[in-house]
Design a protein around this ligand. Structure first.
Ligand SMILES: Nc1ncnc2c1ncn2[C@@H]1O[C@H](COP(=O)(O)OP(=O)(O)OP(=O)(O)O)[C@@H](O)[C@H]1O
Ligand SMILES: [Mg+2]
Length: 232
């Protein structure tokens, strides 16, 4: 059978296959109590989907499930047309490494390393190069030689975004990317992410409390009363 990766590359070339980047099918998850049930939706190329909702409603948990970090109690997630629960570890690891870009609330940066070293790891793993223009636009070019521990919260956040985009992933999972940022920087981050989707034919699932950013996405869902309700 043709692998999801090959299928994706073929699809990238001719665009004749109507393929979802991601399909969520009747997802349900419970920690202490049930957070949500029956969550279903689709993400297509160049599409941005925002998920909003009260703090503690389960948005990050849902993002962890969608990005393969957490197994849902019920339901399934398909990436590039294939249910991830049926994938072999190797296949899933390759997709995670090459095609998924995760920007989460806790920045998983290598703390003892400099900004540049953090970017180099991403560039090396994915055979890409560091984009200095991107760093300049994110206003972190000057921090290249600084250690991560010497960066402000907002600088770390922008470095996480730069590191993820360096990989050139097909699906971005972004949790509160503008949480620590001022208005002007937030707008620039938003612009960079939307431009990235167009340029690389990628899709994005964004969790945010920033209503303006959410409403600029193609679709908006609200996680409320344990359900994911479409509001745009
Ligand atoms: N690993 C875990 N084990 C147990 N409970 C958890 C775990 N992760 C999250 N929770 C609980 O699940 C609920 C939803 O958490 P989640 O982080 O998904 O919320 P959120 O909507 O992202 O909130 P916020 O907007 O504050 O980021 C919370 O009550 C949280 O305490
Ligand atoms: Mg959260």
């Amino acid at each position: 059978m043709i692998s999801p990766q090959k299928l994706l590359h073929k699809w990238d070339k001719d665009h004749s296959l109507p393929m979802n980047l991601l399909t969520a099918n009747k997802l349900s998850h419970t920690f202490e109590t049930n957070l949500f049930h029956d969550v279903s939706f689709e993400l297509k190329a160049q599409e941005s989907i925002a998920i909003i909702g009260l703090s503690g409603s389960g948005k990050s948990t849902l993002l962890h499930i969608l990005s393969t970090l957490l197994t849902p109690n019920e339901g399934s997630v398909s990436l590039f047309g294939k249910d991830i629960s049926t994938m072999k570890n190797k296949e899933l690891s390759k997709i995670k490494r090459d095609d998924l870009g995760l920007v989460f609330q806790q920045h998983y940066l290598f703390k003892g390393f400099s900004s540049k070293e953090n970017l180099e790891v991403a560039a090396m793993l994915s055979n890409q190069s560091i984009d200095d223009e991107l760093l300049k636009r994110l206003n972190i070019y000057e921090t290249k030689e600084q250690k991560v521990t010497q960066l402000s919260g907002g600088q770390q956040q922008r470095l996480s975004i730069a590191r993820v985009l360096t990989k050139k992933p097909k699906i971005l999972f972004v949790d509160e990317p503008t949480g620590n940022l001022d208005n002007i920087t937030s707008k620039e981050v938003k612009k960079i992410l939307f431009e990235y989707l167009k340029e690389y034919n990628a899709g994005m699932i964004l969790v945010t409390h920033n209503e303006e950013f959410a409403m600029d996405c193609d679709k908006v869902y609200c996680l409320e009363d344990k359900e994911l309700r479409p509001i745009k």
